[in-house]
Design a binder for this molecule. Structure first.
Ligand code: KG4
Ligand code: ZN
Length: 367
């Protein structure tokens, strides 16, 4: 299997030693700002991982109505809400802006127009309050938020699954990732969002305000996956990469056929919508679990993880999915791995993970 080093490191403007010393041992506090996609998030977190204040504005409903994220619309909504969101997080924290140790902001990857809003706003803040700026890599923040909640030692295996990414890597240290596999086409969250759109779930009375992934999980609960036949992606590929676009094409064909059978037009909710959701969710879960299993076997063979009790960390929006977690638990338990997933609120985009990841002052974290 081909592996290569993934340097996810964003340009770091301050070093561990570059941050101001804290008088009287008061924990240092960072304001984190996230605007990489369609969530405007902010949080004030101290170096012990205590969340002092947080706020989040989700643009989800507007994009659901529009049938997808339109970058200039996302940019405008970030601009309209960033001030209020940051203000709310700071006010709730009881920390005055002057007391902040630094401002940390997502700088990549993401939608350029969305990222620009967070960056511009942060630069104004650091200028106004004369604070250091810490640029943050969004995926690194997803990968390491687990360490705010549990003591997970490096190195560990990490599966990051969101609307923009699908990757398996060995996290060897902060900003040091060995990439084992990634998606060859689209990310699983993107696939679930597109399937939900094609199923016209914005017209569904219960699911109309849910993200595609949430809606599929909700509908799948009472669906029978065996009623819809889907082929597993990449079953012949002996590596840890992912592919989801073929699955989406299969589902589209099935939907077209069912619409014809039911005499429906696109826009109406099919009677078999729960079965389709269950089959798609199962196929995504099985694909993620199989590739993760391959990565576990590879790590064992190469001695890349500590024994006993190596860990698999799963994060990103799609990691909120209980069915997918269950599938991964089967694989981890069978292989002597512990499975660590942040709570759903910390799996999806938020300012907390950005503030937490900016914690560069503890030398133990850098190992
Ligand atoms: O990490 P995230 O908030 O944003 C990105 O960085 O992409 O992930 C958003 C993605 C969306 O595609 C959404 O449909 C998916 O996560 N998602 C879910 C669930 N909740 C959100 N997918 C499956 N099951 C869920 N419960
Ligand atoms: Zn994300």
């Amino acid at each position: 299997m081909g592996t290569h080093c993934l340097r996810l490191r964003a340009l770091r403007c301050v070093s561990a030693r570059g941050l101001p010393a804290q008088p009287q041992c008061k924990p240092r506090v960072v304001l984190g700002i996230e605007t990489s996609c369609d969530d405007t998030g902010a949080a004030v977190v101290d170096e012990t991982g205590k969340i002092l204040g947080e706020a989040l504005y989700s643009q989800k409903e507007i994009h659901l109505k529009a049938g997808g994220i339109i970058p200039p619309v996302a940019q405008r909504l970030h601009k309209e809400h960033i001030e209020r969101v940051v203000q709310e997080a700071v006010d709730n924290s009881g920390v005055s802006p002057c007391e902040l140790t630094a401002v940390a902001t997502t700088v990549k990857p993401g939608l350029a127009l969305s990222l620009g809003v967070g960056l511009e706003y942060s630069l104004k803040l650091i200028e106004q309050y004369k604070k250091p700026f810490i640029p943050i890599h969004h995926m690194e923040a997803h990968a390491l938020i687990i360490r705010m909640l549990h003591l997970v030692e490096f190195p560990f295996l990490v599966l990051l699954v969101s609307g923009g990414h699908s990757l398996l890597a060995v996290a060897r240290g902060v900003s040091d990732f060995l990439l084992l596999g990634q998606t060859l086409d689209e990310a699983p969250g993107d696939t679930l969002d597109k399937v939900a759109r094609r199923l016209s779930l914005r017209n569904h009375p219960t699911c109309c305000t849910m993200s595609g992934g949430e809606a599929i999980e909700y509908l799948a609960k009472i669906g029978n996956r065996l009623h819809v036949e889907l082929t597993q992606p990449m079953s012949q590929h002996l590596d840890c990469d992912f592919s989801f676009s073929g699955l989406r094409n299969q589902v589209n064909q099935i939907i077209i056929k069912k619409e014809r059978e039911e005499g429906f037009q696109e826009g109406q909710i099919l009677s078999c919508v729960n079965d389709i959701a269950a089959a798609v969710q199962h196929t995504v879960a099985a694909h993620l679990a199989k590739r993760t299993h391959r990565a576990i076997l590879f790590c064992k063979k190469e001695g890349l993880l500590p024994q006993p009790k190596p860990a698999l960390v799963v994060s990103g929006g799609v990691a909120s999915n209980e069915y997918i977690r269950k599938a991964l638990r089967i694989v981890t338990e069978a292989n002597g791995f512990s499975l660590r997933c942040p709570p759903p609120k910390l799996c999806t985009d938020n300012g907390i993970m950005i503030a937490w990841f900016s914690k560069p002052w503890n030398p133990a974290d850098r190992q």
